[in-house]
Design a protein around this ligand. Structure first.
Ligand SMILES: Cc1cc2nc3c(=O)[nH]c(=O)nc-3n(C[C@H](O)[C@H](O)[C@H](O)COP(=O)(O)OP(=O)(O)OC[C@H]3O[C@@H](n4cnc5c(N)ncnc54)[C@H](O)[C@@H]3O)c2cc1C
Length: 423
């Protein structure tokens, strides 16, 4: 049922609006987005209201004026991996197509709060990827050179510089002393929910329908072309369909009659009790396999690894939390004295070369955006930008190399080093 407050137009957030609402006890804020009933037909349906789906819809409207769009979500918006990740943002990838799309995303992140009129709490606090073996030193020096050629600013820093940026680190670890690190000053974090909410609010304001608690159960086709979807709220027709469902991509692709080289696994994270500020940089330790940053609330946000078997279990498990913390304690001894508060998991969509798929499909009118695996939060604005261009124009330079057919042709975009730790 459509809520009556849905008809209240969206108000811009500003210091004046906050002051005005403060004076009248915050009674005048409208809904951030509407919750309409689905229409019979849309020009475009996006399945999945995670960051990538919402960003795709947003740039379809903003860049191409396509606003007769529905974003269909089986749960609540941002409730998938977008609301479960550890929010690391960086663009220091090795291969040219990756650097291009991740750096586009980072550039868009830098002004996203202004663009969406929604504070996404982007915090470019700097990011270090630790080198703790000779192999990693060589790998990261190679990435620094590649980034130089791509115009992505990164640099190699030695162990003492690492210690200066992150005093809580133990650079003389018994097994894996810190030998230096790959440093990206523009890297950092953002508030994950706010990214989803900001895009959702802007999409709704453009007249798009965000339909939550509505699962797409089938993809309807006629003569090799998409004509609509069946959902738990009935059939909805469309001219174009974007599948942006992360860990459920293979399930949905099967309903549309094609297969994708995606494996779904659970990826986990945990946070500690809040403590006073002790770390104002993001640190990733690929060798011991874990990474760490401190949230605005003071919690240490800790990322672990993926399960070693395919599954759809959207939850954490004790052995992973134990393994991750045990590995990190060697490099960050102080965390051994912290209590861990919460753990959780998300279903991530892994490709063989650890790069995403943004592509047309064998079904006319169906486009797919997936394969972001353990590291797609950082890519949300760039991915949405490219997917919208592909859906609107049939071609996108940013997406070109991420075609699904690259696996058949052996044109892999190998990012197994850049994605070596789950982030
Ligand atoms: C623990 C963890 C830590 C991570 N840390 C980082 C990090 O630090 N940095 C980083 O860059 N990335 C990180 N990631 C990865 C990142 O979260 C994802 O790559 C990204 O959020 C994927 O966004 P999405 O929009 O594609 O998917 P999602 O946010 O999962 O959205 C997909 C949506 O599709 C919906 N859906 C599925 N099937 C259907 C259906 N049939 N009908 C309707 N709706 C459907 C789901 O309910 C879901 O809401 C992490 C992931 C996890 C799990």
């Amino acid at each position: 049922m459509t809520n009556t407050r849905d008809s209240v137009p969206m108000k811009r957030y500003s210091v004046f609006a906050v002051a005005r609402e403060g004076l009248r006890y915050h009674t005048g804020w409208g809904r951030a987005w509407r919750s309409p009933a689905p229409k019979k037909k849309y020009d475009v349906i996006i399945v999945g209201a995670g960051g990538h789906g919402l960003a795709t819809a947003y740039y379809l409207g903003k860049n191409y004026g396509i606003t007769n769009v529905a974003i269909i979500e089986k749960g609540w918006l941002g409730g998938g991996n977008t609301g479960r990740n550890t929010t690391i943002i960086r663009s220091n990838y090795l291969q040219d197509p990756s650097a291009a799309i991740y750096d586009k995303a980072l550039s868009l992140y830098e002004s996203l709060s202004q663009d969406l009129n929604y504070n996404i709490m982007f915090s470019p606090r700097g990011l270090i990827m630790l080198a703790q073996t000779h192999h990693e030193v060589r790998g990261y020096l190679r990435t620094v050179r590649a980034n130089e050629l791509q115009g992505v600013a990164t640099k190699w820093i030695n162990a003492e510089q690492v210690k200066e940026l992150c005093p809580i680190i133990n650079i003389d670890g018994p097994r894996y002393p810190v030998m230096g690190g790959l440093y990206q000053e523009r890297g950092g974090t953002a508030r994950h929910d706010a990214v989803a909410w900001g895009y959702a609010r802007a999409c709704s304001d453009m007249g798009m329908d965000i339909i939550q608690k509505c699962e797409v159960t089938d993809v309807r086709r006629e003569n090799g072309k998409v004509v609509g979807v069946s959902t738990t709220k009935g059939d909805i027709d469309c001219d174009k369909l974007g599948m942006v469902v992360a860990g459920h991509t293979s399930v949905l692709a099967e309903k549309a009659g094609f297969r994708l080289p995606i494996e779904s696994v659970a990826l986990q994270a945990l946070v500690s009790e809040p403590i006073k500020p002790c770390m104002d940089v993001v640190v990733m330790a690929n060798t011991v396999h874990g990474y760490l940053s401190q949230s605005d609330k003071g919690e240490m946000v800790i990322g672990g690894g993926t399960d070693s078997f395919n599954n759809y279990t959207q939850r954490g498990s004790f052995h992973h939390a134990e393994e991750t913390v045990r590995a990190l304690v060697e490099t960050f001894p102080m965390i051994s004295r912290l209590k861990m508060l919460r753990q959780w998991g998300g279903i991530v969509d892994m490709t063989g070369d650890r790069s995403p798929i943004i592509s047309k499909t064998p079904v006319d009118g169906i486009f797919v955006n997936c394969g972001w695996g353990t590291g797609g939060f950082k890519a949300i604005p760039g991915s949405g930008w490219a997917m919208a261009e592909l859906m609107a124009k049939g071609h996108s330079p940013l997406a070109e190399e991420f075609d699904m057919y690259r696996f058949r042709e052996g044109k892999f975009i190998d990012e197994s080093v850049a994605a070596g730790v789950a982030h």
